[in-house]
Design a protein around this ligand. Structure first.
Ligand code: ATP
Ligand code: MG
Length: 563
């Protein structure tokens, strides 16, 4: 299903999670407390899909004002996890505008406790050590429509299970030799209840516990118990965990511990993007992008570097709401949220990309040599910037036509145009070089028109941007297109890869000519290059070598497409 704003049904806009919490509160469940958690696995950088989960979990906790939202690193898989990811996740959550108030946890902190719970299950006769592993187990487990086959280890004595589990912990067995399984129901139509693995042997070094453990809890075992230990009330997770919920409930009920409520919601899918850490890692490792924070990546760090604002992302998450069914959101909706924010907040600047020289033939010392222009036309309090005005200027080549059609309101022979924030000029002569190309325009300015309002009675419809040809800043501009050409790059034929859909022209680097005020731009500031688009300084930009990333076009394809 493709979702756009207009077709989003009322049912989907209605947030069933908050309704559920209200209901729990009214009935006195959890003593009216609301405690949520955001549980990333530190095996990659956060992406825009995670932002949806962050906004939901932290948002709910804030709204109900009764409990915090925990930040919990779900670090039970030693092979893939790294401190670098932990650090980046914290930075990104903070950047997005949320604070876990020191409620920072690691599932690995609970390894002792989790081991204890596993021993309890064995002692209660609800878990056993099994030597059937991997592929063989798939055969025992079977298919939903027929009962599975019981493991011959299923009825091992409690003593034997305890001894074997102890030996697993002490490293006496090879990886894969044994697993600890819950003893539930091999006939259940839900395969997750057919004696799922709870612990596996993994001889890997863990980013926090080092070599201390060689058995690690499975996600399903660690997650519900971590929620329980932290007394989370509402454990919000994505839809694929719906079929795991009976196991979540079984473990907590069988152990008789604090029992949070798991509630599932649809994960965010976006067009022209992949949102899986595994695939994003592949893009980095295979060099299709420069890094996790490459501005073409849908990671929060990539979006930040591209010029996205936290407010725009939060607004986007708010707009799409929380759905109960899988859906795909159109990328232009994200860009729409961004433009709405930047229109209000971005400083204005003039930058010429494809320069055509204009010589002001009547320029003399009665003309302004510096012009003051507002940083933001709708907000005087933002102050002004200074534009050097000189005899020779650059305008955009596309803003001049020798033989213009009727509705061309820019510059043409014998026509007038207003230079943004400056004078009205008239084109008197067109100078061509030996190969017949236009090399410069000779124009005259009207000294009466400086700073005047475009609607000052002079019939000049066009306003164009410009910079001084002699006093400007050369910048490197990085122009981005979508990273993928296909609307749904994940959908590929057998044998093909999502990387087949990569856009070979997703990055174009050009030189542009900017007003000097951009020399003091620093990372984290947003600019509207007037009539061109939104840009921001790259995090590698220096005063000597200014580099700007294109954030988004000025034009909004979202509104147009819908009408
Ligand atoms: P990926 O598929 O990218 O590896 P994941 O679900 O394995 O994602 P986690 O680090 O486990 O990544 O995710 C942390 C939290 O963010 C989980 O609660 C998860 O459900 C949620 N989440 C991940 N991806 C999305 C998404 N696309 N939309 C909404 N929530 C998401
Ligand atoms: Mg996960």
């Amino acid at each position: 299903m493709m979702v756009n704003f207009q077709t989003m049904s009322e049912e989907m806009k209605k947030d069933f999670i908050r309704e559920r919490i209200d209901h729990d509160n009214e009935s006195g469940r959890f003593e009216g407390k609301v405690v949520t958690r955001f549980p990333p696995e530190p095996n990659g950088y956060l992406h825009i899909g995670h932002a949806k989960s962050i906004c939901l979990n932290f948002g709910v906790a804030q709204e109900y004002q009764r409990g915090p939202c925990h930040l919990r690193f779900d670090d039970t898989n030693p092979a893939k996890e790294e401190q670098e990811y932990v650090d980046s996740i914290k930075e990104d959550v903070r950047w997005l505008g949320f604070d876990w108030n020191e409620q920072e946890f690691f599932a690995s902190n609970y390894f002792d406790q989790l081991y204890g719970y596993a021993v309890q299950l064995i002692k209660k006769g609800h878990a056993y050590v099994c030597d059937i592993s991997g592929d063989d187990w798939a055969e025992y487990r079977g298919v939903p429509t027929e009962p599975g086959k019981e493991s011959p280890n299923r009825n091992r004595s409690i003593e034997e299970n305890l001894t074997l589990f102890q030996k697993m912990k002490e490293g006496e067995f090879e990886e894969g030799a044994y697993v600890l399984r819950a003893k539930i129901d091999m006939t259940s139509p839900n395969l997750h209840l057919r004696d799922p693995a709870l612990y596996r042997i993994k001889k890997a070094s863990h980013h926090r516990t080092g070599e201390q453990w060689c058995i690690y809890p499975m996600y399903d075992f660690a997650h519900c118990l971590s929620d329980s230990i932290e007394e989370i009330t509402h454990s919000l997770c994505t839809l694929e965990f719906e079929v795991h919920r009976p196991l979540y409930d079984w473990i907590l009920d069988t152990l008789g511990v604090y029992h949070p409520q798991q509630i599932e919601f649809a994960r965010l899918n976006l067009t022209y993007t992949v949102l899986s850490k595994r695939k994003l890692l592949q893009l980095v490792e295979e060099g299709h992008v420069e890094s996790w924070d490459d501005p073409r990546m849908p990671t929060l760090s990539g979006l930040r570097r591209k010029g996205y604002t936290p407010a725009a992302i939060r607004q986007f998450c708010d707009t799409i709401g929380i759905a109960k069914r899988e859906n795909t959101i159109e990328l232009p909706l994200l860009e729409h949220a961004l433009r709405s924010d930047l229109e209000q907040t971005a400083s204005r600047a003039m930058v010429v990309f494809d320069p055509l020289k204009v010589v002001i033939t009547n320029y003399d010392d009665t003309c302004a040599s510096e012009i003051s222009a507002p940083v933001h036309p709708a907000d005087e309090t933002r102050g002004t910037r200074t534009l050097p005005f000189t005899k020779e200027l650059f305008i955009e080549r596309a803003d001049f036509m020798l033989d213009p059609p009727k509705k061309f309101f820019r510059l043409a022979p014998e026509k007038e145009v207003r230079l943004r924030n400056s004078y009205i000029i008239k084109c008197n002569d067109v100078i061509k070089n030996e190969s017949g190309e236009i090399s410069e325009l000779h124009c005259t300015l009207d000294p009466e028109t400086l700073g005047a309002n475009p609607s000052d009675g002079r019939k000049v419809k066009g306003v164009i941007h410009w910079v001084s040809a002699t006093s400007h800043l050369e910048i490197e501009a990085r122009l981005y297109e979508n990273l993928f050409l296909a609307e749904r790059p994940d959908e590929v034929d057998e044998g093909a890869s999502f990387t087949d859909h990569l856009n070979p022209d997703s990055l174009k680097v050009v030189t542009a000519y900017a007003e000097p005020s951009l020399g003091s731009a620093t990372c984290g500031q947003n600019y509207q290059f007037e009539r061109v688009g939104y840009f921001c300084p790259d995090n590698t930009s220096t005063p000597e070598q200014p580099v700007f990333n294109k954030t988004v076009n000025l034009k909004d394809s979202w509104g147009k497409k819908q009408s």
